[in-house]
Design a protein around this ligand. Structure first.
Ligand code: BGC
Length: 515
């Protein structure tokens, strides 16, 4: 069974999909940077040598210091994500990514060189700027180069890379944690550089996206990029048709409105709806409670009387990596809407079970239930909301404002990431001034997952198998998300088709069948 059969029932692409898929998958490497960087710090701060070197009393970080060093990354990531379009819309998606890799590398070098808190904190902010920028350009780049029939799968591979990054961080920290010298933290922090060097090195050789060149008015460069991606001559009908579709859709969009930040929130052309959908899906992805497990899991398992919390945390990471694979396989076959609904239901039920059992009983059985249903929760996330939140934001915006739209959504992810990282200890802990919710905090995450079900039903359009330009057309024509499966794609090429009859040429809203 070929790849096409597994992920989309064997739809045959025109030209070779190999190069485009290779490029899109290579760029997913940015996910390793993302996952590794977010995953590494909590372990580093728990190392005895780090505590000896970086704390005032040589013993423990204060809560303020822990909170600052952990969450300062989010200040950088938020700013990096929001500023990414400045680079990706002017320099290009590819050079923009390279630039943010360089910024990230500077941050990684500062952290590795640090022997005191100040440099470590400055390094975290700078690296954060890089991660934020990368996180908002990768799904954009991938969506713009991937053939439509595997777009969901390749963007999901970005999430796969994030999960591998998280796992690698856990493994490396575990390997160096007991060293009684600076290698304990310099190895895990220095390794971050490797991911950035591999990504930017590869990007030097890869093509810019055809859609960026069309946006810039460089038709020939767009044609050349598509030639490299589809491995077909520029004159080939399939290349010409795709170029025409991108060009005409973009021209049409430019007549609707400008490409400013304000345009992202314009009610015209259902833009506001798309923007709110993207911001909400990223916020809700964080509100599922996933990072409660990845940031505070070890500590939480320990307090829940689980005997080997480090091992359990390693298992949760492995479940996260492995269960992303069915997500990659099914996103273009089952579709975004169904998977998001199934995932939200699985996560919601798992979390309510953890909360109810954890509240009612406190013995060995409840610990087992806690571990088992935490794993089903993570499995549900990894196969659905983890990858698909990134897939959706890469494909719902028109080219004119795509970079800005994706950036705002990625920034929403980082903002909620920060808010949850910051607030959770106050919700869970029993210390004075904290809410002392303990396992009951899962009632909150379960409730948020209930919202995820409703949100998916009312707001998520089914976009599998459509080109980005067809997605745009669907939003214009179909007003209700639950009816999106009724959409039949047509393209706007009639007005540009030299063979089209005159009556087809004289309007912007004339379509010809493309399927
Ligand atoms: C989320 C991260 C999370 C990771 C877990 C990503 O999609 O945005 O916040 O840590 O998934 O796999």
């Amino acid at each position: 069974m070929g790849l096409a059969n597994i992920i989309n029932r064997g739809e045959k692409p025109e030209g070779s999909a190999f190069m485009a898929a290779f490029v899109a998958v290579f760029v997913a490497f940015g996910g390793i940077l993302f996952g590794y960087d977010t995953g590494t710090i909590s372990g580093v701060m728990a190392m005895p040598f780090v505590k000896k070197t970086f704390t005032d009393d040589g013993l423990e970080f204060t809560s303020e210091q822990t909170s600052l060093i952990t969450s300062i990354l989010s200040a950088g990531t938020f700013t990096g994500a929001i500023s990414a379009p400045w680079a990706s819309d002017t320099l290009g998606r590819r050079l923009g990514l390279i630039l943010f890799c360089v910024v990230f590398s500077v941050g990684a070098i500062l952290q590795t060189a640090a022997t005191g808190r100040t440099l470590l904190i400055v390094g975290r902010v700078v690296a954060g700027l890089g991660v934020g920028g990368v996180s908002s350009i990768v799904p954009l780049y991938q969506s713009e180069v991937a053939p439509k029939w595997i777009r969901g799968a390749v963007v999901s591979i970005y999430q796969f890379a994030i999960t591998i990054g998280l796992l690698l961080a856990a493994i490396v920290n575990n390997a160096t944690k007991n060293k009684d010298n600076s290698a304990s933290y310099r190895i895990p922090l220095g390794l971050q550089l490797l991911w950035a060097v591999i990504l930017s090195g590869g990007l030097i050789l890869l093509p810019e996206t055809p859609r960026f060149w069309i946006k810039k008015g460089e038709y020939d460069k767009a044609a050349d990029s598509l030639r490299r991606l589809r491995r077909l001559p520029v004159e080939h009908e399939a290349v010409q048709k795709e170029l025409l579709e991108i060009q005409s859709s973009h021209d049409h969009e430019m007549q609707i409105g400008s490409a400013t930040w304000a345009a992202c929130f314009s009610p015209k052309g259902s833009q506001l709806k798309r923007m709110l959908t993207g911001i909400a899906i990223q916020a809700l992805q964080q509100l599922t409670g996933i990072n409660f497990i990845f940031y505070y899991g070890t500590e939480f398992f320990k307090k829940s009387n689980i005997s080997n919390p480090f091992l359990i945390q390693m298992i949760t990471n492995i479940v996260n990596v492995v269960m992303t694979i069915p997500g990659i396989m099914f996103v273009d076959r089952v579709g975004r809407r169904k998977l998001l609904l199934i995932g939200a239901i699985v996560m919601c039920s798992s979390e309510f079970i953890v909360a109810a059992v954890g509240t009612a009983i406190d013995n060995e059985t409840s610990s087992k239930v806690l571990i088992a249903f935490t794993c089903t929760f993570i499995a549900g996330f990894a196969a659905t909301w983890g990858p698909i939140a990134w897939v959706v934001i890469g494909e719902i915006f028109p080219l004119r404002i795509r970079a800005k739209g994706v950036a705002l959504c990625a920034a929403s992810n980082w903002l909620f990431n920060f808010a949850i990282a910051f607030a959770t200890p106050y919700l869970v802990d029993e210390a004075p001034g904290s809410a002392g919710l303990k396992t009951k905090v899962f009632f909150i995450w379960g409730g948020c997952n209930f919202l995820c079900i409703a949100f998916t039903y009312f707001f998520i359009y089914e976009t599998k198998g459509l080109t980005l330009e067809e997605v745009d057309q669907m939003y214009a024509e179909i007003k209700i998300a639950s009816r999106s499966h009724q959409f039949v794609p047509t393209t706007r090429v009639a007005a540009y088709d030299e063979h089209a009859s005159d009556d087809k040429k004289d309007g912007q809203h004339v379509y010809i069948e493309s399927v």
